[in-house]
Ligand binder design. Sequence first.
Ligand code: HEM
Length: 523
Amino acid sequence: MQDLLSLILGLCLPSLLILFVHLYSRSSRRIRTPPGPKGAFFTGVKDQLTHSPWKVYAQWAEHYQSPVISFWIYNRRTVVLNDHKSVRELLDKRAILYSDRPKSWMYHELCGRGDSVFNISSLDPRHGTYRRLIRHGLSGRALEEYHELLDNEANIFIELMTQKPGEFQHHLRRTIAAIIMKIAYGYSVTENNDPFIEIAEESAKISGWALAPGRWLVDYYPIVRFIPSWFPFAQFRRQGEKWRKQLESLSDVPHNWVKKQMAQSNSVDSFTTRLLQPNAHAEPENIVKWAAGGLYAGASDTTVSALTSFILLMALFPDVQEEAQHEITDFCGSGRVPSITDLHRLDYLVALYKEVLRYAPVSNMALPHKVVQDDVYQSYRIPKDSTVIANTWAILHDPALYPDPHEFKPSRFNNTPVISKHQPQQGNLKKSLCSETSGYTLHSENSDIELNPDPRTYCFGYGRRTCPGMRLAEISVLLIMSRVLSKFKISLPVGEGSAPQVEFTSGITSHIKPFNIIIERRQ
Ligand code: HEM
């Protein structure tokens, strides 16, 4: 009898186990994905994201009463995180799962840029190597060696501004390029039309076209990449091949220049020369080339965007400008400008820097991440391979975090952190639908919230993709801000009627659209 029982159990138990696993996996698959719009049959929501997608996402989050939303763009599942809580929980705490990048077949494969710092998979060991090299090359200690360079370039910038203040954006581009070219390659930028800057800008332009979201069908239906390039509808393949050759030769130019200088014993110490030195720590050449290439690509447009916003906002907010100027004069006395080591002792200047980053985020949605396995967040399933976007703009304009989010108020960062008990009410969610004046608020449950958290913890991205150039960006921006405030008065032209509306460009890096301002030398 006992034998029969153990036989039955022996046969049934494995079957029961299989049945249980099957039912469990089916039920776990039944957990809903986050809510969101259905979109069109073939293209999904692609056509609804023409301008300022971060605002559209925030509106959808309100509409669906959920900070985490999802939808399809063509056949790609996209999940958008619209509040600080989901971003912290998923992108930072579960960084190991959420730090991959979605594949752009056009840019990564056809144009051959998949190995760049920005695009490489987080699962590829080279990603860790790139980041280690950049972190080390831009560490606090390494940056101290660049203080003289930064100081000289800031002085040249002030000189150029004095001569042609109307061309401030051009001067900013030149200055940031000069700093990063010297750090990456030991290369000194010439005054105008520098060939290396033109090459780098050309690469950036091509990259922008190749990465344009929704433009290339191959990004969503990779099977079409097998269409031969002579085929009438394969224009994308011919374009990809052309760009691949261009991008390859463009990225080789500065690298080969350094090698030639080293061979002739003419090289200036730089990120690249240090890593190519034939010693025990030398890195494979290809790794060094990609890592150095990431420095220019990461630093140029972003830093210029932050500084352009600063200059334009000073024209709109003269009281803020005066307060920052008083602080500098009180600290330095008249005639002296702040040195790099003074910068972090100027509390209002640092608060102004944070408010510029919050009010006009350089990167409204960071760069897209990808989740590498199925995951569950609160009651939602986040399917493997979903593209995951952090809506940094929505977080930095959330009135529950930053009261009066559409006001430009550096003083919000002068106080010690305040904790508030945030109690959302159903009615508020609808009312606050991210209009420019009301702001956006969406929290799924009552929670303690630190008011006015440091925006740098959002502006520079998340998890294992957090910007490795944050420290260099901060010193460069604070230094140029302090010099501009010391030397110039920025204002709106008189008699032009009402103040201009602040509008932003759409794109990976967002810029305030320029308007007329007057820049005069201070006495
Ligand atoms: C105000 C200036 C800057 C801002 C706002 C900024 C912001 C960002 C953001 C949002 C990301 C994407 C993070 C993510 O995907 O979660 C990023 C990535 C990156 N940034 Fe910056 N950045 C700035 C300056 C710089 C500078 C000066 C450098 C280098 C010298 C740099 C190098 C990079 C690199 C290499 C990456 C790619 C990291 C990766 O994919 O692993 N950035 N940055």
